[in-house]
Design a binder for this molecule. Structure first.
Ligand code: RTP
Ligand code: MG
Length: 141
């Protein structure tokens, strides 16, 4: 299986509820390594740019307002099949549909305030990692 990198975010509801450590534990215990990490508070314009692929979706305004509502933690996770593995550890978008033992089943408040983000393809991972990090800020170990 290929070693990949993926971009994950701990969303405002996760940071606000003091869940940074717990979310990191899910990823680490799930076999992924944290190879870059930073906390930041996106502006509305930055959230709109990050989620530009969802521009035509009905939830775009609500989502980008929410993502700019408080600090987030951006992570680069590395490991075998990291993109799919990260999404498996997160669980389904809607916590009502997420499997037991996933981050979203355990912590998400709703389909919108669902605690974490993970890239959905190699192309989005490359774009999303570059959105938050320069190559110098990523430390494979
Ligand atoms: P993410 O991109 O955050 O990892 O989540 P995802 O792939 O599971 O879900 P996606 O379809 O890409 O949607 C992006 C984020 O938009 C919010 N959303 N709200 N109210 C709604 O119906 C709705 N649908 C999506 C969620 O925060 C979702 O994670
Ligand atoms: Mg997505």
């Amino acid at each position: 299986m290929p070693v990949e990198r993926t971009l994950s975010l701990i969303k405002p509801d996760g940071v606000a509820r003091n869940l940074i450590g717990e979310v990191l534990s899910f990823f680490e215990k799930g076999g992924l390594k944290v190879v870059a990490m930073k906390m930041l508070h996106l502006t509305k314009a930055q959230a709109e740019e990050f989620y530009i692929v969802h521009k035509e979706r009905p939830f775009y305004e609500e989502l980008t307002e929410y993502m700019a509502s408080g600090p987030i933690v951006a992570l680069v996770l590395e490991g075998e099949n990291a993109i799919a593995r990260c999404r498996e550890i997160m669980g389904a978008t809607d916590p009502a549909e997420a499997a037991e033992g996933t981050i979203r089943k355990t912590f998400a408040l709703s389909k919108g305030e669902n605690t974490v983000h993970g890239s959905d393809s190699p192309e989005s991972a490359a774009r999303e990692i570059a959105f938050f990090f320069s190559e110098l800020e990523i430390c494979s170990h």
